[in-house]
Design a protein around this ligand. Structure first.
Ligand code: HSE
Length: 312
């Protein structure tokens, strides 16, 4: 029997412009590493170490996203075996719009389930990881959790019943992501949103959402480009992100296939064609912030089609 499991849970880009709370994709990097280990000396689930958080995350199981998610899972299976220790290695920025809390929740639930024999499907684990995310931002939505868990590009028909499906990922479709080092908490970025959508915006947004999905199914990059549009959320959140419209206009001129806010921001993503273009565009996005003395993290590459995985 194994006594320890280490997993990698990827970061994710939620919303993808036209799908607020219902679309997301997984990145190849960054991501969190979570270790789950049996501890015969204990009877409890415990967080024994967190690195990469500068001491900011709670160590208490019920207040920590990863701990809470894993605990909910263990309760659901009536686990009463020996204690389990969790190590959480944060390898991505918080409050970045890259699904940091979702990755921790996914990593913890997956690591614990693998430690206990791995007889649960990812669909079985999804609700517990979403509960962890909800503990962090107060809302029950799977648009970061589901891509981090399953990989690829994910559509959520309904967040309550977690009716989630994976969409096709065109081979050459890549992403450039930039994280300007300012922090925006999802809870706050959600609280500024208007609670109603004008009918005309709903019509425009629905058209783009449907068309984006058709673009993925038909490998139609032109259609994808035309459809990565957000007339509902982006205009409300962009003002929180300095230089957002400068980045967006540069990226469009460089031939990206659309650009918008990653999740609740401040990260910005652009769809690209091929890894070279994604790398180049990510660098140019970084230049905008460099010119204003704002530090950035830059990521680019293919879409991660595997999702969370065991690495040791
Ligand atoms: N859909 C969520 C939002 C993603 O934009 O608020 C961030 O967790």
């Amino acid at each position: 029997m194994i006594d320890s499991v280490k997993v990698f849970a990827p970061a994710s880009v939620a919303n993808l412009a036209c799908g607020f709370d219902i679309l997301g994709l997984a990145l190849e990097a960054p991501g969190d590493e979570i270790i789950a280990r049996f501890n015969p000396e204990s009877k409890e689930l415990k967080i024994v170490s967190i690195t990469g958080d500068e001491g900011r995350l709670p160590r208490d199981i019920e207040s920590n996203t990863a701990g809470f998610a894993a605990h909910q899972f263990l309760n659901s299976i009536n686990y009463n075996g020996v204690g389990i220790d969790l190590e959480i290695h944060k390898k991505m920025p918080f409050g970045s719009g890259l699904g940091s809390s979702a990755a921790s929740a996914v990593g913890a639930v997956f690591a614990v389930s693998q430690l206990l024999g791995g007889q649960w499907t990812k669909n079985d684990l999804l609700p517990f990881a979403v509960l962890g995310e909800q503990q962090a931002d107060g809302a029950y939505h799977a648009d970061n959790v589901a891509p981090s868990l399953f990989g690829g590009i994910v559509l959520i028909r309904d967040n309550h019943s977690l009716d989630v499906m994976q969409l096709p990922v065109p081979d050459d479709l890549t992403v450039a992501v930039i994280h300007p080092q300012i922090e925006i908490l999802t809870k706050e970025a959600r609280s500024i949103l208007a609670s109603t959508v004008p009918l005309r915006d709903h019509i425009v947004q629905s058209g783009h959402l449907g068309s984006f999905i058709v673009g993925l199914y038909t490998n139609d990059f032109e259609r994808i480009h035309k459809s990565v549009v957000d007339v509902v959320i982006e205009p409300q959140r962009a003002r929180q992100i300095p230089h957002f419209y400068t980045v967006k206009s540069i990226v469009e001129k460089l031939g990206a296939l659309g650009c918008s806010i990653s999740g609740s921001g401040p990260s910005i993503f652009a769809f690209c064609r091929g890894v070279d273009q994604a790398g180049f565009i990510a660098e140019r996005m970084g230049d905008v912030y460099g010119a204003h003395g704002i530090a950035v993290d830059i990521f680019s590459g293919k879409i991660n089609t595997q999702g969370v995985q065991t690495i040791e």
